[in-house]
Design a protein around this ligand. Structure first.
Ligand code: IMP
Length: 437
């Protein structure tokens, strides 16, 4: 009976959805703690594809309960659409979904501001956001003018906050629409939203602490990845929240000493959506192979993901800042059929060799990756047991473990549950991190 945080160790899209869904079998609660509907978790369930943006993917497992924590920014209209989508697929969510009354709300004006900031940025400064209003909603939270779920549901507080926000943001918003039209847009769905969401809204921090006292199993599911963390990622080309394991405590109201284990999800190569530095990015035939075979398109925006070799400096750093105990490696099969595979072990900057992540954007942009080359393989890695993997694939995995100084406990070679090798059974026991302490 324990708690587990699942984090992405690269730039997001590592395949957390599948891993969480797999582990959800053993869990009582699955919790989201940051981000919003910028995330897209693709899960294959009952031979059907589900892409969830806000509701934790554990909702697909019957009898599991899901929580959207206070650290998440919620677009209520999109959330209702997702709830309706699940209901159409005969997934009953009543009594299984809990939404924090303290999470901040994304309103139509946040999306306009998101677009406006991108439009006015120079090519060099564009972030390539999902345009879902994530950054502006978190900015309001920090500026202390945000509207939380409980405020949204209270007429007096809501109208006062709405009018204050519209007045303050008017100059920007009128680039898009007349301010009265935007006000109408905000109000258009509010009654329906309140009616539909009220039954799910509560103080999720009390609920979670009670569940943990009862020694139930809880998975905290991060969205995005470590390199998109607003504090530890490739700032400013990051999202506006803390996907890091540490963000889990702030985003749920569960104290650090209640977290037992941390699982890092890592792709067998690297991808990134949006702008920003990416030292191992490929522009050649190898990059094309990864993009096509890996079907590397964003689950939320459909944008092609940039692809590159595995960056051991990034993953080693990520393991450190998250306190990752073991790794789950995904998409190994995408490397099948490559003549050679490369791993970045450090960077060259001017006449220096760096084996650590620099913080400065000026340095990051100019890094040249230093690679080791390994022989590729033609055999399929879609096998049932580790021992059945070909020797070159095994050598690649061993090298990754050695370079990032962490064990791989699970390998995924496809989207379905069956396409998984469990290398270490302890990944199925959420308390594996306790041993390591
Ligand atoms: P925002 O979160 O929409 O503000 O976007 C900021 C940056 O994070 C952009 O580069 C996005 O492409 C990236 N991003 C946001 N969510 C995800 C995700 O779920 N996967 C991968 N990249 C993401």
């Amino acid at each position: 009976m324990a708690t587990l945080v699942v984090v992405g160790t690269q730039w997001g899209d590592e395949g957390k959805g599948k891993i969480v869904h797999l582990l959800a079998e053993k869990s009582n609660y699955i919790v989201r703690y940051q981000g919003g509907n910028n995330a897209g978790h693709t899960v294959i369930f009952d031979n059907k594809e589900f892409i969830l943006h806000l509701v934790p993917s554990g909702i697909l497992e019957p009898n599991k309960k899901c929580i959207i924590g206070n650290g998440v920014v919620v677009d209520p209209v999109e959330l209702i659409q997702e709830i309706e989508f699940l209901e159409q697929k005969d997934i009953n969510i009543n009594g299984r979904l809990f939404i924090s009354d303290a999470c901040h709300i994304i309103l139509p004006y946040h999306k306009f501001i998101d677009v406006w900031i991108e439009q006015k940025s120079t090519k060099k400064n564009k972030i390539g956001t999902t345009k879902k209003g994530i950054g502006p909603a978190y900015a309001d939270k920090v500026e202390r003018v945000g509207i939380r779920m409980a405020d949204y549901m209270n007429d007096d507080i809501f109208f006062e906050l709405l009018d204050r926000n519209l007045a303050e943001k008017k100059v920007i918003l009128e680039n898009f629409k007349n301010i009265d039209k935007i006000r109408e847009e905000v109000l258009k769905d509010r009654e329906k939203v309140i009616k539909r969401l009220t039954c799910f809204v509560c103080n999720t921090s009390f609920l979670l602490n009670q569940v943990i006292r009862e020694k139930q199993n809880v998975i905290f599911e991060s969205a995005q990845g470590t390199m998109l963390d607003v504090d530890f990622g490739t700032y400013p080309f990051v999202t506006s929240s803390n996907p890091l394991s540490g963000g889990c405590c702030i985003g749920t109201g569960v104290a650090p000493n209640k977290i037992d284990s941390i699982l890092g999800v890592v792709k067998a190569y690297t991808t990134r959506v949006g702008e920003g530095p990416f030292p191992t990015e490929l522009f050649d035939e190898y990059g094309k192979h990864l993009s096509q075979k890996g079907q590397e398109f964003g689950a939320t925006t459909g944008r092609p993901r940039r692809c590159g070799w595995f960056d051991a400096v990034v993953v080693r750093y990520s393991i450190m800042v998250n306190g990752v105990n073991v790794l789950a490696l995904t998409k190994l099969d995408v490397l099948d059929g490559l003549e050679e595979v490369k791993i970045c072990t450090g960077y060259k900057y001017k006449d220096k060799i760096l084996d650590q992540m620099p913080s400065s954007r000026a340095i990051f942009e100019k890094l040249e990756p230093i690679y080791i080359k390994m022989t590729g393989w033609n055999e399929s890695t879609k096998v049932k047991f580790y021992d059945e993997l070909n020797d070159n694939a095994k050598a690649y995995l061993k090298k990754l473990e050695e370079l990032v100084e962490c064990k791989i406990a699970l390998i995924s070679m496809g989207r379905s549950r069956e396409e998984t090798i469990i290398c270490d059974e302890k990944i199925l026991d959420f308390s594996f991190g306790k041993e390591a302490k």
